[in-house]
Design a protein. Structure first.
Length: 479
């Protein structure tokens, strides 16, 4: 579907069998324009469309109402503000124009939590009236982020402050002496703050801090290796914090939510530009695939990954035939939404430097579920039965992903080993972690314990889609 605009900075939203799209139709300063559209989730038929919104942000819906902010410069005169629309008709129910910039809202019960450059607000969801306002606590930080998060009666800001959701009183604040923070997200028992290169101005590192939601106390901190150019948002599950590493390759990485240690990491074809999304135990990551043999044949790409193991389930190349695409800048798929067995995602011309290309060459796709893997032109060349020109040869290797010094191991130490550096197609992993000659563990990451005898040899066997196998081993020992 041709969007007649772009969703480069927004994400699709689904509520009560309706798909809502916030689209920017003109991004020229002083002429900004956009629309909100509602579409039948099954047929794609448009139910209503409201124009006149400058650069609408991603909305939040209660099923009955739709809440969103617009994004304009402070000096621009336009219909900026915060809006609540009737979800069935698109009719405006209330508007806040007292500030030009608002953060993306979060809806909890009958309250809408949002922020501007000066204060945090709790608004009545029905009327837009201010229920409480905490002054001097900003939710829009140019160098940190624009996201709020909520769990168990607390609202968390990107500047490292927790507020009581009932009255806006401050519960805790991270010391300004601590290096903080970034967009917050929570799994209910931990709050994770993420800094990326965009947030910190550092082109080489992503930092994640895990803090107690009750006290703000730092539980663990993760810093990526140099060279990670990813500028997205983490996905959170009960067990893992999921991020992308763009360091010349495209890697999906899972951190243990309790300890911050790497649970698994897997390299995938293509370049990832979007934030990961989790649904039904599957991670969906969208981006772009450009074959080495034909740089002009780039297409939007979707990967589905097992969230527990990091193993790729399937990949899908989006077919833009019949749609307007940039002849110079191949399309990439943005952050998807998963609902009712379908995946919804917009594309945009990746790496385009002219604003008009984003509004002219963006499209929208809906993928349905089926009981077979993609085939034909929908499949990566490396997934073809004959391996394809881009198919990497089977090569097995083992990485040590623990923080332990291998030169000073002690009896009882637990060493985490990863097979994600191995290459090949549809790899299956089998581990002998106790040296008995039997492969008793599977998955891309395992843990091995140094035995009382002081040494252990761990062997990995990898099998690819063609049935070929290769092995590698690593010896762990005390000094």
């Amino acid at each position: 579907m041709d969007l007649d605009g772009t969703m480069y900075h927004t994400e699709p939203v689904v509520g009560d069998d309706v798909l809502y799209l916030a689209v920017t139709a003109n991004n020229t300063p002083g002429e900004r324009a956009g629309y909100l559209g509602a579409y039948d989730i099954e047929t794609g038929d448009r139910r209503w469309k409201r124009t006149g919104f400058p650069n609408p942000k991603t909305p939040t819906t209660s099923g009955e109402m739709l809440y969103f902010a617009t994004q304009t410069a402070e000096t621009e005169e336009s219909d900026h503000g915060f809006y609540a629309l009737d979800a069935d008709s698109g009719e405006t129910m209330w508007t806040r124009r007292d500030h030009s910039r608002w953060s993306r809202p979060i809806l909890v019960g009958d309250r809408v939590f949002t922020a501007n450059e000066e204060d945090i607000y709790a608004l009545d969801a029905e009327t837009g009236d201010t229920l409480w306002q905490t002054e001097g606590v900003t939710g829009i930080e140019e160098e940190v982020g624009t996201t709020l998060s909520y769990t168990d009666g607390s609202v968390f800001t990107s500047s490292g402050i927790a507020l009581d959701a009932d009255d806006g009183s401050k519960q805790w604040e991270v010391s300004p002496d601590d290096t903080t923070l970034g967009n917050p997200a929570t799994n209910g028992w931990m709050v994770f703050f993420t800094q990326t290169d965009f947030l910190e101005g550092d082109d080489t590192q992503v930092t994640i801090e895990a803090r107690s939601p009750d006290s703000g106390e730092l539980q663990w901190e993760y810093e990526s290796d140099a060279g990670n150019r990813w500028d997205g948002r983490t996905a959170i599950t009960g067990d893992h914090v999921l991020l992308v590493d763009l360091n010349g390759e495209s890697v999906v990485q899972a951190l243990d939510a309790e300890t911050g240690e790497t649970a698994w990491e897997t390299t995938f074809p293509g370049q990832f530009f979007s934030s990961p999304v989790v649904g039904g135990g599957i991670i969906y990551v969208c981006g772009q695939y450009i074959p080495e043999s034909d740089s002009a044949a780039g297409r939007g790409l979707v990967h589905a990954v097992d969230s527990a193991t990091g193993e790729r389930q399937w990949s899908y190349l989006l077919d833009s035939d019949g749609l307007e695409t940039s002849p110079e800048d191949a399309p990439a798929a943005g952050v998807p939404v998963i609902s009712n067995g379908k995946l919804y995602a917009a594309t945009y011309p990746a790496n385009a430097t002219l604003d008009y290309k984003y509004t002219y060459y963006s499209n929208f796709f809906v993928l349905g579920s089926c009981d077979r893997r993609p085939d034909g032109d929908e499949r990566l060349p490396s997934d073809d039965p004959d391996g394809g020109d881009d198919f990497p040869p089977l090569d097995v290797c083992i990485d040590v992903v623990s923080n332990l010094d291998l030169d000073s191991l002690d009896v009882g130490d637990i060493v985490r080993l990863a097979a994600s550096c191995s290459t090949g197609r549809e790899l299956e992993f089998a581990w002998d972690i106790d040296g008995d000659g039997q492969y008793e563990e599977s998955g891309s990451v395992v843990s091995a314990t140094i035995p009382t005898c002081g040494s252990l040899t761990v062997e990995l066997k990898v099998t690819d889609a063609n049935g070929a196998t290769d092995t590698a081993s690593v010896r762990l020992s005390t000094n």
